[in-house]
Design a protein around this ligand. Structure first.
Ligand code: ADP
Length: 761
């Protein structure tokens, strides 16, 4: 289907033509035929890389032409900025793009001015709860990776969000993009949409299994890939691809395995590099090292020097994009990745190798095979249109029995059907409260009617079951004073003021109950409330993803637990209550990481001490900041002391000890700069307004522009640095003070004025 013939808004076909897109791929054409450009709802269930993004864009641009706002819902925060960057090409035609991924409770009003809004479903849900004005003005919503409604953790929010948007806005065009799943028709019925289902791909995919000395492909063909004695299958498969001029993507099941595999595969690639490639890779490795001074950064740089890389969620976003770009440019020839890379990032490779098809599952307490859908998503990354003759997706088997099994399990199998997970407990209690709190329903029967609009109802036989789980959820909320029931049979529902606070804060009601219990306990026992106690309290909630205990950790944290028991808000469970005690210690480990961060311990030391990546520290501190903010509101609501909570929150947000908090309030002053200013005797905002300029400049390592901006942010009437101050600071730098400097004791390893550490991740 030729683009010029379509009824698209002005300029769209031309702009696409400039990027080499002149006609639609068959599934895209089918979506248009189904009414995509005329406001018809569409579910597109098509393979990876078959152009789903363009389907979304065409729908949104046509909807904008008709008037209103459009919304693109992404499953992962990391994908939001990627999509934003993609959509920004439309700014040339006058469309504006906004992305909203920030704090759950932040105000979304500015978004009203954007044409295309990109947000996670959590964010959209929170905006809907808080009555964001643009929601009523929505003309088109796109749900990316809609098959993730099946995800236990994130699925229910996506499901409820779509149901709410559609009930607020009955004519809303809903475009749902999905991987190929077994029951796309269920999704289409749920969303009242036309179904476009296809297994067309822009480039052929040859799936197969390597066993012995060859890959056996599903089409019956074979490729000899012998494994040298003592060698590994994966290495042989990568070597074979690189020798042919291709690149390889290796999927493994953990971060540690990704790093280890990358190190091994780098040896394979390194032998095959030209001198010119080596030089370019060296430059790239330097860029990687500049991102941060962590061990991860160093490890990544050292494999990149040899033409390979690893990719996982512990990487900083800057690292991720350096790796992805270099892979697309064929500079890095092999990436060992955890499945995060299969989720939406556009990094095709000649050959995809799915090395690990099992993964540790905490709930199952052991290794569990991956879903067919997941393996297919990984395989779908094979083949770069226009560059490769076809893509190869290879699983590896040790023997012929396993070879058969993998063929049956993944190559010949259909992906699993998508099943709603809304009835799972945390999801249901959260969404029931929110639905009543935001006025969607004010009676039990109204609530049941709303639930009727969900995929859960679509997939549940009989209303009795829906009523049973709903009542269970309502009882929990009532028991915790978040909701009151009255009237005949308790049909009338009223959210209490506390319940409103919980819902507005976007907390799992169980988190709120845990936090309130802890704070009330402290009040009753007259206990001192310390940051560690509060970090432990929020780490005990289901909203914090705890660090788990590694071998040896139990001893360490048991000792810490008894040393600092007086600070923990609640009664330590008995050591004989295995599950509860283990959770208590895991929460303590998480709390200790937060305390270390808030005590200015160097980022690198933290990653080492806890065996985590820099991205994980950021994840934990962000969540803690949000939960402590929530705890502060709850404390206020319940008439409990708020100050200790606020202070603990600010310390974890800025990563500093208490004495630096007035400095880190000033724009551009991060933890390291604040510490240096403080050690130089500049201890507050007021000091910044009055201090000798050369002193400030010296503490900021002679960075004049930075110093001026900081002084301006501190409200100094004349922030500019005169020449005298610069000369004086230079003189001081030349003759450094030899005395003990506590700043360097806590921020060891710091070599320049790098504020990027955590603040910029
Ligand atoms: P998906 O989201 O389905 O995995 P993408 O939307 O990322 O796939 O598209 C994969 C690639 O195909 C992109 O690089 C995109 O520019 C390109 N593409 C999409 N539609 C067309 C088309 N009609 N003609 C040529 N290239 C296209």
């Amino acid at each position: 289907m030729n683009l010029a013939k379509l009824d698209l808004p002005d300029g769209v076909a031309e702009l696409l033509g400039e990027t080499g897109i002149e006609s639609l791929y068959p599934p895209q054409a089918a979506a248009v035929e189904a009414g995509l450009l005329d406001g018809e709802s569409v579910v597109a269930s098509v393979p990876t890389a078959s152009g789903k993004t363009l389907v979304a864009e065409l729908a949104m641009l046509s909807a904008l032409e008709r008037g209103g706002t459009t919304l693109y819902v992404v499953p992962l925060r990391a994908l939001a900025s990627e999509k934003q960057a993609e959509f920004e090409r439309w700014e040339e035609l006058g469309y504006t793009v906004g992305v909203s991924t920030g704090n759950y409770d932040s105000d979304g009003e500015w978004l009203a001015t954007r044409d295309i809004i990109v947000a996670t479903s959590e964010k959209v849900d929170s905006l809907v709860r808080n009555d964001a004005p643009w929601v009523d003005d929505l003309a088109c919503v796109v749900a990316d990776e809609v098959h993730l409604v099946d995800d236990r953790h994130r699925g229910p929010t996506l499901e409820v969000t779509l149901a709410k948007l559609r009930s607020l806005n009955p004519g809303l065009q809903t475009v749902a993009l999905s991987a190929t799943v077994g029951n796309a028709d269920d999704v289409a019925v749920w969303l009242n949409a036309e179904l476009v289902e296809s297994d067309w791909r822009p480039i052929d995919l040859k799936p197969g299994v390597h066993v012995g000395s060859a890959v056996n492909f599903a089409d019956g063909s074979q490729r000899e890939v012998p494994v040298p004695a003592g060698g590994r299958q994966t290495s042989a498969l990568v070597a074979d691809t690189v020798d042919e001029g291709g690149s390889a993507l290796v999927f493994v099941n953990s971060r540690r395995n990704a790093e280890a595999a990358a190190a091994r595969l780098a040896d394979v690639v390194a032998e095959r590099l030209t001198r010119g490639e080596r030089a370019e890779l060296q430059e790239l490795a330097d860029q990687v090292r500049e991102v941060s001074e962590t061990e991860t950064s160093g490890d990544l740089a050292s494999v990149i020097e040899r033409g390979a890389a690893f990719h996982h969620a512990g990487l900083a976003p800057e690292h991720r994009s350096l790796v992805e770009d270099a892979f697309r440019d064929r500079l890095v020839r092999c990436i060992a990745a955890t499945p995060t890379l299969a989720a939406g990032v556009n990094t095709p490779a000649r050959r995809v190798i799915v090395r690990d098809w099992r993964r540790y599952d905490g709930d199952a307490g052991g290794m569990k095979p991956l879903d067919v859908l997941e393996v297919h998503q990984m395989m779908g990354r094979a083949g770069r249109p226009g560059l490769d003759p076809y893509g190869e997706a290879v699983l590896t088997a040790k023997n012929s029995e396993r070879h058969e099994e993998l063929f049956d399990r993944y190559i010949e199998a259909e992906p699993e059907p998508v099943r709603s997970k809304l009835a799972a407990e945390p999801a249901l209690r959260t969404h029931l409260l929110a639905t009543v709190a935001s006025g969607f329903a004010s009676t039990r029967s109204g609530l049941l009617d709303f639930l009727d609009r969900t995929l859960y109802a679509e997939q549940t036989d009989g209303r009795a079951e829906i009523e049973r789980v709903t009542d269970q959820g309502l009882n929990y909320l009532e028991a915790n004073d978040f909701l009151e029931r009255s009237g005949a049979d308790g049909d009338d529902l009223r959210v209490t003021s506390l319940g409103h606070t919980v819902s507005r804060l976007y907390l799992d009601p169980m988190s709120a109950a845990t936090i309130l219990d802890g704070l009330r306990w402290a009040e009753r026992e007259n206990a001192e409330v310390t940051p560690l106690g509060l970090y432990h309290l929020v780490s005990r909630t289901p909203d914090m993803y705890q660090l788990y205990l590694k071998s040896g950790d139990r001893e360490t944290f048991m000792t810490l637990c008894y040393d600092r028991e007086a600070e923990l808000l609640g009664t330590t469970p008995s050591e004989f209550d295995d599950v509860a005690f283990e959770e208590w210690l895991s929460a303590l480990k998480t709390a200790k990481l937060l305390e270390d961060w808030a005590s200015e311990l160097d980022e690198d030391r933290i990653t080492e001490r806890y065996g985590v990546g820099p991205g994980d520290i950021r994840g934990k501190t962000d969540t803690a900041e949000w939960l402590l903010g929530a705890a502060e509101s709850l404390a206020g609501e319940a008439g409990l002391a708020t100050k200790p909570v606020r202070d603990a929150k600010r310390r974890v947000a800025d990563g500093v000890r208490a004495e630096l908090l007035t400095l880190t309030e000033v724009g551009q002053v991060g933890r390291k700069r604040a510490r240096r200013l403080y050690e130089a005797g500049v201890e507050s905002r007021a000091d910044l307004r009055e201090a000798d300029k050369s002193l400030v400049l010296g503490a900021l390592r002679g960075r004049r522009g930075t110093a001026e901006r900081i002084l301006e942010n501190a409200g100094r009437p004349d922030p500019s640095m005169d020449e005298d101050a610069v000369a004086e600071a230079d003189a001081e730098q030349a003759a450094p003070d030899e005395g003990f400097n506590p700043a360097s004791a806590v921020t060891s390893g710091e070599t320049d004025d790098d504020q990027s550490s955590l603040g910029d991740f």
